[in-house]
Design a protein around this ligand. Structure first.
Ligand code: CTP
Length: 443
């Protein structure tokens, strides 16, 4: 196995790696070359948490998509016929994009491109930033070969964002928003030439050509960023937030709200069982200080789809039941609070922590995030095994594991005393130690 394939397997979640294997097999059966590309490669090589698993195919990926949807339970989330790309959802929940390797020709700045099929090298050279223009071959004869025509790896090491060419931002001005998003996310510097290209694009006011559809896609992406407030602040400073709405400025930016949500999200311990859909919550905080008229203006201008809008507008009503459960006197044990919150949708938990006026609700959520979840994460299978006398392979182990967690949370089961640290081995006898020097002395 090449070093990069090994790195891939160790960096990905097993469900993500399974997707790589499935796509690789489907491409091979269709006789097409497939490459892991874009964000997946950037995140893996840069050591960042891997979000999407994106693939590029030399040729039309339709056959691969057809095979995956026909027998592997994969669903199509969206399709871009111009770009010949598909966003797919695998049964494990992994979302992945499969697109055709392509060359886009822009007749003039910010115009609709003419797209034609291309090789992977040509495709990568036409991407936005060098750190996004790296691919890994998944094909039988070259599996594990890294393709990096613009030295993205060097820029990842130097922590720099650099466009792949001199017209990158002119061709597709939404890339200026992407650039600032990556800068806020990764904390990288923008290279001097890219900065001057950016300034020229701004001078020419090309940002005004970014379509509402592109703006909304960026807004959606912002919701999943680790620190959306920082990005909003950056966009405001750069005078770009007005592209989204002329009225989001000053106190309406709600930076304090974004900061509060960030602190709540950061309370969730790494590796804990907690899943939250970010979009509704982000849109709620974003528009919290807008008037109803300003809100509807934003929704109309960006063309926010109904389902996404519902995620925001229904959050309050959807969280009411959880709120009344959480303030109930019946929830008088840590294990009951834990079980209630473990099965609740993460966005409702965070919404209540953000917004609920009930002190008890706030306290119980904070205890769950900062005490119960971290405590449960520390419990090892060995500990449970010592307690119940069953091995983790035993069919009854899962139930015992749960009983143990609940017992520990309520203090019915005590935390085991730490294993005694083994006594250090006695040092070899003095004579043994002295022997070599004695031998040296006689030489
Ligand atoms: N791309 C581009 N120009 C754009 C949008 C995308 O060149 N206007 C390229 C990027 O190089 C990117 C690839 O298309 O790697 C896939 O786009 P997308 O999935 O949006 O980007 P990711 O890098 O995966 O970003 P994220 O981590 O936010 O998902």
């Amino acid at each position: 196995m090449s070093d990069y394939m090994f790195m891939l397997e160790s960096h990905m979640r097993p469900q993500q790696f399974a997707v790589v294997q499935q796509v690789q097999a489907a491409a091979e059966a269709a006789g097409l070359n497939v490459f892991l590309s874009g964000g997946a490669m950037r995140d893996m090589l840069g050591g960042f948490p891997l979000q999407d698993v994106d693939f590029t195919v030399e040729g039309n990926p339709a056959k691969i998509v057809k095979a995956l949807t026909a027998k592997d339970g994969v669903t199509v989330l969206s399709e871009n016929p111009l770009r010949k790309s598909w966003e797919l959802k695998f049964p494990s929940g992994v979302v992945s994009e499969i697109g055709m390797a392509q060359e886009a020709h822009y007749a003039k700045p910010a115009s609709k491109p003419v797209v034609k099929p291309a090789t992977i090298h040509e495709d990568l050279r036409g991407r936005d930033f060098t750190i996004n223009a790296i691919a890994l071959s998944l094909n039988r004869t070259s599996r594990g070969l890294l393709i990096d025509p613009t030295n993205g790896q060097g820029d990842l090491e130097a922590r720099e964002i650099r466009t792949t060419g001199n017209y990158t931002l002119y061709d597709d001005p939404v890339r200026i928003l992407r650039m600032l998003r990556f800068k806020a996310r990764l904390g990288f510097e923008i290279s001097a030439r890219t900065q001057s290209q950016y300034e020229n694009v701004r001078e020419a006011k090309l940002e005004e050509k970014i379509t509402p559809e592109q703006l909304y896609r960026e807004l959606r992406a912002m919701a999943d960023e680790p620190n959306p407030g920082l990005l909003i602040e950056t966009l405001e400073r750069e005078g770009l937030l007005t592209l989204f709405s002329p009225t989001i400025n000053g106190a309406k930016l709600n930076l304090a709200g974004h900061e509060k949500l960030l602190r709540l999200r950061q309370m969730v311990p790494f590796g804990a069982e907690f899943h939250s859909e970010n979009l509704g919550l982000f849109l709620f905080v974003l528009t919290e200080n807008l008037t109803p008229k300003e809100k509807s203006g934003l929704v109309k201008f960006l063309g926010i789809p109904k389902a996404d809008l519902n995620a925001m507008t229904k959050l309050d009503a959807a969280s009411k039941k959880l709120e009344s459960t959480l303030k109930s006197a019946k929830l008088n044990k840590a294990s009951l609070v834990y079980q209630t919150l473990l099965t609740a949708p993460g966005e409702q938990v965070l919404y209540l922590a953000y917004k609920s006026g009930q002190r008890l609700v706030q306290d119980r959520i904070k205890k769950h995030l900062t005490q119960y979840l971290p405590g449960v994460l520390e419990i090892t299978e060995q500990e449970v095994s010592n307690w119940c006398g069953l091995s983790p392979d035993d069919a009854k182990f899962a139930q015992k594991h749960k009983d143990y967690i609940l017992g520990r949370l309520d203090g019915r089961i005590r935390k085991p005393a730490p294993e005694p640290i083994p006594e250090p081995e006695p040092p070899p006898s003095g004579r043994m130690l002295r022997q070599p020097s004695a031998a040296r002395a006689t030489r």
